[in-house]
Design a protein around this ligand. Structure first.
Ligand SMILES: Cc1cc2nc3c(=O)[nH]c(=O)nc-3n(C[C@H](O)[C@H](O)[C@H](O)COP(=O)(O)OP(=O)(O)OC[C@H]3O[C@@H](n4cnc5c(N)ncnc54)[C@H](O)[C@@H]3O)c2cc1C
Length: 360
């Protein structure tokens, strides 16, 4: 029904990289998922890679993973093909997936109908659903108790299945980048989901479940930022050696050398910050500040680096014939997704104030 590549990654994420054998086979033992993400983002013709990454972005609470009967072998094969950077990657690997949504505005009503079959009746719309058209099941945050105080205690996560009438993906949203995966609006119109689709079996846990996933999502975005930036750097340093201006390769101009040096230095700093956050999270330690820092720094670095890469490429940077143009369009989403960078700064500052609170 729904495919699994994302499930593997979700499993990796949420259960602390719980497939060490797979990670070893991919040769990324130390940094686990963050490395897989970075490598994937660097793939050459990588629209498919970005689509994958969007799926990776679907991070599930562990209960979801438990509910799936994952057959690992096929998924490991797919992941290996993807992580190997092979040119033979197949767009069919862009698969349906669970899709996590951060949606708290849907109204929901629980009804007991005559056959004594409990159901949730969901009404509302949700913009920006990555993979919304292909998903068959969508983890949807809904208000099950609108009167709860504080309000987040009244939210629950329902694994809404498209097989039940009244749940559709109404339209695709045209976007600047990330075109390898669709982003859609979802509509719930008196959609009835069985009560068994409530995640965790107890209402009111939805916000907590989503928040548990989102920190990992931030490391995920950070690693994507490192991967996209690294690709932009690699393209730039190669181009700078073959493009001649004023009789020499542009790599011999100090202005270009400084750009390359700054790009590589910032990317390495972003990578270290990302891996630090990933390890902390993996060790089960509190990592809100670290994940926020990694996401903030790596995505801003990516944005800067792709911009510099475009300059290094001169007019060709503006041409669709060169990959750097696509990287330039893909980078901004990393600043927005998994909580904008303005929000990351708030999270970091709050965490720091909490950790450094002075008494008396
Ligand atoms: C391509 C794409 C795919 C997406 N896929 C998904 C998905 O699959 N699932 C999903 O749930 N969501 C998805 N999103 C939504 C994404 O998570 C949100 O767009 C993002 O969190 C920002 O929310 P917003 O668009 O409502 O911006 P807003 O919250 O309206 O923010 C607008 C501006 O105000 C700033 N701002 C807002 N509040 C504050 C504050 N308190 N303090 C300071 N500044 C503030 C923001 O930083 C931003 O600069 C996707 C978005 C895009 C573009």
């Amino acid at each position: 029904m729904f495919v699994a590549f994302c499930v593997i990654l979700a499993t990796l994420v949420l259960q602390g990289l719980s497939l060490p054998a797979l990670i070893r086979r991919l040769g990324v033992v130390d940094d686990g998922l963050a490395s897989v993400e970075e490598r994937t983002a660097r793939l050459k013709a990588n629209e498919a890679a970005l689509a994958y990454l969007a799926e990776v972005d679907s991070l599930f609470p562990p209960e979801i993973v438990k509910r799936l009967r994952v057959e690992y072998d096929d998924r490991i094969r797919q992941l290996e093909v993807c992580a190997s950077g092979s040119e033979d990657r197949d767009n069919r690997l862009i698969t349906p997936s669970y899709q996590r949504l951060q949606q708290a505005a849907l109204d929901v009503e629980r009804r007991t109908i005559i056959q004594l079959r409990d159901e949730y009746v969901i009404n509302g719309t949700k913009m920006w659903a990555t993979n919304g058209e292909h998903s068959t099941v969508v983890a949807t945050l809904v208000k099950t108790d609108p009167d709860a105080r504080p309000p987040h205690r009244g939210m629950s996560c329902i694994l809404a299945e498209k097989q039940y009438p009244g749940f559709t993906s109404s339209r695709r949203i045209e976007k600047l980048g990330y075109k390898g995966v669709e982003t859609t609006e979802l509509v719930f119109d008196n959609n009835r989901q069985p009560a068994a689709n409530l995640l965790g079996e107890v209402e009111g846990q939805g916000f907590k479940q989503m928040m548990a996933a989102i920190e990992v999502g931030r490391v995920n975005v950070a690693a994507r930022g490192v991967g996209v930036a690294q690709r932009a750097f690699e393209l730039s340093i190669a181009y700078a050696q073959v493009r001649h201006a004023f009789g020499v390769p542009i790599a011999e101009h100090e202005a270009i050398q400084f750009k390359l040096a700054d790009m590589a230095t910032k990317i390495q700093a972003a990578r270290l910050l990302t891996n630090f956050a990933a390890r902390k999270k993996d060790a089960g330690e509190r990592a809100d500040v670290e994940c926020g820092m990694a996401k903030l720094f790596a995505s801003e670095t990516c944005f800067e680096v792709v911009s510099e890469a475009l300059r290094v490429h001169g007019g060709y940077g503006f041409s669709k014939e060169y990959d750097v143009e696509r990287l330039y369009r893909d980078a901004p989403l990393l600043i927005i997704g998994e909580g904008t960078n303005e929000i990351q700064r708030l999270i970091i500052a709050r965490g720091l104030l909490e950790r450094h609170r002075i008494t008396g």
